[in-house]
Design a protein around this ligand. Structure first.
Ligand SMILES: [Zn+2]
Ligand SMILES: [Zn+2]
Length: 141
């Protein structure tokens, strides 16, 4: 995709959700769409400030909340007290490496579906977190 098309795609997605396109929202969402590593606010901020040092942690956080509210971004909580963010909002699972902390997407259809009817609750959604060692940490890359 050319840079120009990518810009349009991102602007259109923000607009389609009724979000006003601000430079901060655009920059945060574009950054998140360009990576697959489930960054924290600090990691997004560090990336953005290399290009145009106008962002603060608060503006990145506020933009993320706006994007999350309309369903463009998902918060991923795999470690206690650490919020990570994901532009992949399709159903998927996660793999979390216990050594380097990296988080990878695991396709939804990797597993047969669970039967949620056995639960005494009104179950609406679920996702699986698999823990272990990634291919880099086992040396099998
Ligand atoms: Zn690892
Ligand atoms: Zn993910």
């Amino acid at each position: 995709m050319s840079k120009e098309n990518q810009r349009d795609v991102i602007v259109n997605r923000l607009k389609s959700k009724g979000l006003r396109v601000t430079p901060q929202r655009f920059a945060v969402y574009a950054n998140l769409c360009s990576r697959r590593d489930h960054p924290t606010v600090e990691q997004i901020l560090k990336d953005l400030n290399q290009d145009f040092p106008i962002s603060s942690q608060a503006t990145v956080y506020t933009s993320l909340q706006a994007l999350r509210k309309v369903g463009l971004v998902k918060e991923v909580l795999l470690e206690e007290g650490v919020s990570r963010y994901d532009a992949n909002v399709e159903p998927h699972h996660h793999f979390h490496c216990r050594q380097c902390g990296s988080i990878k997407d695991v396709p939804w259809d990797t597993f047969d579906s669970f039967n949620l009817e056995h639960l005494p609750y009104l179950a609406e959604s679920y996702e699986v977190t698999i823990r272990g060692l990634c291919d880099r940490c086992t040396g099998n890359n």
